[in-house]
Design a protein around this ligand. Structure first.
Ligand SMILES: CC(C)(COP(=O)(O)OP(=O)(O)OC[C@H]1O[C@@H](n2cnc3c(N)ncnc32)[C@H](O)[C@@H]1OP(=O)(O)O)[C@@H](O)C(=O)NCCC(=O)NCCS
Length: 291
């Protein structure tokens, strides 16, 4: 693997993402129109690992991160090349380094349209579309729950959802959930004393993201999302979901959350998504990077 890459007239080397000033990362994501705030970058740097491509005087031209979930799986995200350096090989170089550092792990990511051909050429397979719903929320009605109790869920009790979540996510992501819970407002749905769903809401970009939303079915997912939306009316909310249609997607549209973009869930190695009848499902993603 090459230790450096020549992009236009710049010689770039990779550096650990934890070593660079967060303002440089913020400028990088702003440059490609992404909403991440410095606080979002700092959170993601605490959760995962990454590299940046820098020139001889420390200017950041690109980034790529990976987020290990358990011992044999990682999600990849924050793959960015600054516009003036794009289409000169930096994106491929960054991804090759990520794949080398994640060797032995199955990988998944959510690809933008700009990055999709790159990931196909690196051997990633297409699994599903992710629909980014967002808007200022208003007029959300009181959720109706059949035989269930919906309530606040304090971060201190996050361990209680790990096993339930793993059935939906397909992997153990306890560490990520514990870190997300620290920065989130969360609710839980109990039915007959057992966990039937949960949803978190945290600051991100222009407002808040509701996610993960994990539930047994559409109606429970709607109730969990509505619990959050009612508490955040008048503010900008984003929900990333793989539900193309059906009651949950319809509910988001009825709350005014139209689809502003779509990305593609892809994987390399073992297939990532495995929806099974009767088991919980991830209705709302934690984020594109964490999936
Ligand atoms: C996606 C992105 C990271 C690619 O970075 P890059 O430095 O331009 O990538 P590379 O120059 O290594 O190109 C990689 C591949 O992308 C494709 N590609 C890049 N620029 C292209 C262009 N202008 N037109 C068509 N294809 C292009 C090619 O398939 C290329 O393959 P090749 O090596 O066989 O030529 C960059 O465009 C970017 O930051 N976009 C905005 C943020 C984003 O969408 N990130 C992806 C998150 S999943």
């Amino acid at each position: 693997m090459a230790e450096s890459v020549r992009v236009k007239s710049f010689d770039l080397v990779s550096q650990d993402i934890s070593e660079v000033d967060v303002d440089l990362l913020h400028a990088l994501s702003l440059g490609v129109g992404w909403p991440h705030r410095p606080a979002d970058w700092n959170f993601l740097r605490r959760v995962g690992q990454g590299i940046v491509a820098v020139d001889g005087i420390g200017r950041v031209f690109g980034s790529a991160m990976w987020f290990p979930h358990g011992s044999d799986f990682a999600t990849v995200g924050l793959v960015i090349t600054t516009p003036r350096a794009q289409a000169h090989g930096a994106g491929r170089w960054l991804m090759e380094q990520v794949m080398q550092r994640c060797e032995g792990r199955n990988l998944s990511l959510n690809a933008t349209k700009a990055a999709y051909p790159l990931y196909v050429s690196l051997g990633f397979d297409t699994e599903a579309s992710v629909f980014m719903h967002e808007a200022v929320v208003s007029g959300v009605s009181e959720p109706t729950i059949a035989n269930g109790v919906l309530s606040d869920f304090p971060a201190a009790r996050v361990e209680e959802i790990f096993a339930f979540d793993a059935k939906a996510f397909g992997r153990d992501r306890s560490r990520q959930l514990a870190m997300l819970a620290e920065i989130s407002t969360s609710c839980i749905l109990l039915r007959d004393g057992k966990i039937a769903g949960y949803a978190m809401r945290h600051d991100f970009g222009r407002g808040q993201v509701i996610g993960p939303i994990v539930a047994q079915d559409d109606q429970d997912a709607i109730a969990l999302a509505a619990w959050h939306m009612r508490r955040f009316e008048g503010n900008h909310v984003r929900v990333d979901t793989r539900e193309k249609d059906g009651p949950f997607a319809q509910f988001l549209l009825e709350c005014g959350l139209s689809v502003s973009d779509t990305v593609t869930t892809m994987s390399k190695g073992r297939r990532f998504l495995n929806r099974t009848e009767g088991t919980p499902w991830v209705y709302g993603l934690a984020s594109h990077a964490l999936s």
